[in-house]
Design a protein around this ligand. Structure first.
Ligand code: ADP
Length: 446
């Protein structure tokens, strides 16, 4: 009991005794009156204390959203101290909650999947990325056993094996992706699962393997042929015309390898160099005239090759790359158009400001199903025709690279037996009317 309460009790006792004695004296019973008065004083004081105690208990039983009862004395101080302790704890819990939320937000922002499992492999928490990797719902699936939800046998076996030195790779939801998973045990039987979507990496790796296999195959074929000719020359007594024929065929194979290596180097250079700046302007007319002259030479009079001139334009880009792209399109048109066919090179400025360079031919055309894959490396519609005419299978992939590096795109329209149109579309900020064309327009307007 606090001194305050004791003095209140003593005060009630003394006041009760005095009042009791006064009333008792009137009844000629001063001692009994004083005793009764003292007892009544003590009882009254106890009733007041009990009421205050009950009020505090009521407050404690509730949510403590209002202030604690502000009584005087013992109960007042007790309520004040309890309330102060509770408020301090609330503030500390608030800080902890905030820190936890920040921590979870940081994990949520991670590009990798993070999942926490308890000792029974039940999901404690997972971020959105992990939910995507495993095909889960982060809220609905909480506290579910993960092996009931993720059914991949590889995943289940890995988790149950308890051996987590190496990561495991398994198919993501609906088999559309490949996920790599690492497990780190912590605490008492709990697990931290770290997942990563490696679909792109796997695809790039498969492409790299295919590419190396393709290149090896493309080089091995002419090399085998060359080796055979060398052996023939070395071991057989050939007549002069036979020798000339063998040398001619050897020359063809050497050219084929040279073309292949040239295209490979071009691709490597395109992939390894930064995007061309948009501030080096070239005259388009001259560039296309040079390409056309090469095509005329390649056709050697077998086709009608024409140039349909458009407005005088300038293009911001790399001359050698653009020459290579247009040169590849024209060479294809020559190679895939039977003798007597027509080939036309044209350019224009589209209404939306883009520039278009177009190669039309009346050649073999391409069936619709091949169109989406045409710009893949080594993709050929007709392998033997491509090789017989000196194709490497890399031409259109070089064209696509070049045009994409210039911010543009390639559009292919073709119909088997009728011919093809390959269009290179350059973005407006890389195409402008040449000075001369501009002043001619201004004069005409004046
Ligand atoms: P290739 O060296 O085989 O010509 P490309 O990448 O240049 O390789 O072309 C891929 C394939 O697209 C060719 O093998 C050919 O089948 C087809 N192709 C390309 N241009 C034409 C065209 N103008 N007409 C018909 N088919 C074409």
């Amino acid at each position: 009991m606090t001194p305050n309460s004791i003095s209140r009790l003593a005060f009630a006792l003394v006041l009760g005794a005095l009042l009791g004695a006064v009333f008792g004296a009137a009844l000629r019973q001063p001692v009994a009156g004083a005793a009764t008065g003292a007892l009544a004083g003590v009882l009254l004081s106890m009733v007041v204390d009990t009421r205050r105690g009950l009020r505090l208990l009521d407050w404690l039983r509730g949510p403590q959203q209002t202030d604690a009862p502000r009584d005087q004395g013992f109960w007042g101080e007790l309520a004040y101290r309890i309330e102060r302790t509770l408020r301090q704890k609330e503030v500390a819990v608030g800080h902890e909650r905030e820190r936890l939320a920040q921590f979870l937000a940081a994990i949520e922002a991670s590009p990798n999947g993070v999942m926490l499992l308890d000792a029974n492999d039940q999901i404690e928490w997972c971020n959105t990325v992990a939910a995507q990797h495993f095909g889960l719902d982060p809220t609905r699936d909480r506290l579910q056993r993960v092996t009931n939800l993720v059914r991949s046998p590889l995943f289940v076996a890995y988790l149950q094996s308890g051996v987590f030195e190496e990561p495991v790779t398994f198919a993501g939801p609906a088999g559309r992706s490949t996920v790599s998973l690492m497990v780190r045990p912590y605490g008492e039987g709990m697990k931290l699962l770290l997942s990563q979507d490696i679909t792109e990496r796997e695809r790039a790796e498969a492409m790299r393997r295919d590419f190396v296999a393709n290149v090896s195959h493309e080089i091995r074929t002419p090399l085998t042929v060359l080796a055979g000719f060398v052996e023939t020359l070395a071991s057989l007594p050939l007549t002069e015309p036979e020798r000339q024929r063998v040398l001619h065929l050897m020359g063809q194979q050497t050219n084929r390898m040279q073309a292949l290596v040239g295209d490979l180097l071009m691709l490597a250079q395109l992939e390894g160099s930064p995007r061309p700046g948009a501030d080096r302007w070239l005259g388009l007319t001259l560039l296309l005239q040079r390409s056309l002259a090469d095509a005329v030479a390649l056709s050697a009079g077998r086709h009608t090759v024409t140039l349909r001139e458009g407005p005088e334009l300038e293009v911001a880009g790399v001359e050698s790359e653009l020459l290579s792209a247009v040169g590849n399109l024209l060479a294809n048109a020559v190679r895939y158009t039977p003798d007597g066919g027509r080939i036309e090179l044209a350019w224009s400025l589209l209404e939306d400001g883009r520039g278009a360079i177009e190669v039309n031919d009346t050649g073999l055309g391409i069936a619709r199903e091949h169109l989406p894959r045409l710009t893949e490396r080594f993709y050929r519609v007709d392998g033997s025709r491509s090789r017989d005419t000196g194709g490497t299978g890399l031409g259109l992939s070089i064209v696509k690279h070049v045009i994409q590096r210039h911010g543009g795109e390639i559009d292919i329209q073709s119909e088997p037996g009728k011919g093809s149109t390959f269009r290179l579309l350059l973005p407006g900020l890389r195409v402008r009317l040449a000075e001369r064309a501009l002043s001619a327009r201004a004069e005409a307007a004046a």
